[in-house]
Write a protein that binds this ligand. Structure first.
Ligand SMILES: [Zn+2]
Length: 251
C-alpha cells in the first residue's frame, strides 16, 4: 500500500444474521410448525385409536399421509424469503466494503464479489426451504414410528415440540453460518485482489467462540496458507474476522 492504512474495526455482522434468522423463522419455520400443529393435533387421538385398528380400510397411514400432503402444499405456498436474503447479502457486502474503504482511503476496491453474493442468495433460499420440507417429512416419520409403538398423545406432542425446537435451532445455525461464510468470502476476495497477503485472525471475543479459534485469536495468517479449519467464516458457524495487514503496517 502506498499510503499508511488507518486502523479500523472489522466486525461480524451480528445484526444481519439476527434479521435473517427472524425472516427464516417468521416466513418459513414458524408457519410450517403452525400448519403441522393445526392439522395434526386435533386428529391425534383419532389417529392413535385408528393405529390400533390397522385392519380398517381408511387406516391411520392414509389419514396421516393426507394430513402431511396438505401440510406440504401449504408449505409450498409460503411467503418468499428471496428479498430478505438479498437484503442480507447487500448489507454484509456494503458494510464490509465501507469498513475496508476506511482503511485504504482513496484506493479503489477490486475483485468481483458478484458470484459470492449470488451463491449466498441461492444457497439461503434453498437451505431454509429444505429445512421447512424436512420438518414436515420428519414429523411424518416421527408420527408413524410413535403410532406403531403405541405412544400416548401427550408423549407424541412432547416429542413433536422437541422436533420443532430442533428445526428452530437449525435455522439459527444456517443464518450464522451463511452470514459468516459470505463475510469471509468477501474479505478474502477483496483483500487478495488488493494484494493483501496476510491478516490477523480476530474472534468475536465472547464465550461462544470455539477453542480452536480462540487459540488463533490475534495470530497472523496467510491467505495462501489457511489454518486447518480454514480462513475466518469457513468453519461451520464461525464468526471470526480476517483483519487485513497492510504492507506498510508490517514492521
Ligand atoms: Zn471462528
Amino acid at each position: 500500500m502506498a499510503r499508511k492504512a488507518k486502523t479500523v474495526k472489522y466486525r461480524f455482522p451480528d445484526r444481519v444474521s439476527q434479521d435473517l434468522l427472524r425472516a427464516f423463522l417468521d416466513k418459513k419455520i414458524e408457519p410450517t410448525i403452525k400448519t403441522l400443529k393445526q392439522l395434526i393435533y386435533p386428529e391425534l387421538d383419532a389417529l392413535i385409536i385408528d393405529a390400533r385398528k390397522v385392519l380398517q380400510m381408511d387406516s391411520y397411514v392414509s389419514v396421516l399421509t393426507k394430513l402431511i400432503d396438505k401440510a406440504s402444499s401449504k408449505v409450498d405456498m409460503q411467503k418468499s424469503i428471496k428479498k430478505d436474503v438479498e437484503n442480507a447479502s447487500k448489507s454484509i457486502t456494503q458494510a464490509y466494503d465501507k469498513t475496508l474503504k476506511q482503511s485504504i482511503g482513496s484506493i479503489g476496491l477490486s475483485g468481483s464479489i458478484t458470484a459470492a453474493i449470488e451463491n449466498f442468495n441461492t444457497s439461503n433460499v434453498s437451505l431454509i426451504s429444505n429445512l421447512s420440507d424436512e420438518t414436515v417429512h420428519k414429523t411424518q416419520q416421527f408420527l408413524l414410528q410413535k403410532f406403531s409403538t403405541g405412544a400416548r398423545a401427550s408423549e407424541i406432542q412432547e416429542g413433536l415440540e422437541e422436533q420443532f425446537g430442533i428445526a428452530r435451532r437449525k435455522a439459527a445455525l444456517i443464518a450464522i453460518d451463511q452470514v459468516g461464510k459470505l463475510q469471509g468470502n468477501v474479505a478474502q476476495i477483496r483483500q487478495t485482489s488488493l494484494g493483501i497477503e496476510e491478516y490477523i485472525w480476530r474472534t468475536a471475543g465472547d464465550d461462544r467462540v470455539r477453542e480452536e479459534h480462540a487459540a488463533l485469536d490475534g495470530t497472523r495468517q496467510r491467505w495462501d496458507d489457511p489454518p486447518p479449519d480454514g480462513h475466518p467464516g469457513q468453519a461451520v458457524r464461525c464468526r471470526c474476522i480476517a483483519e487485513p495487514i497492510f504492507a506498510d503496517n508490517n514492521e
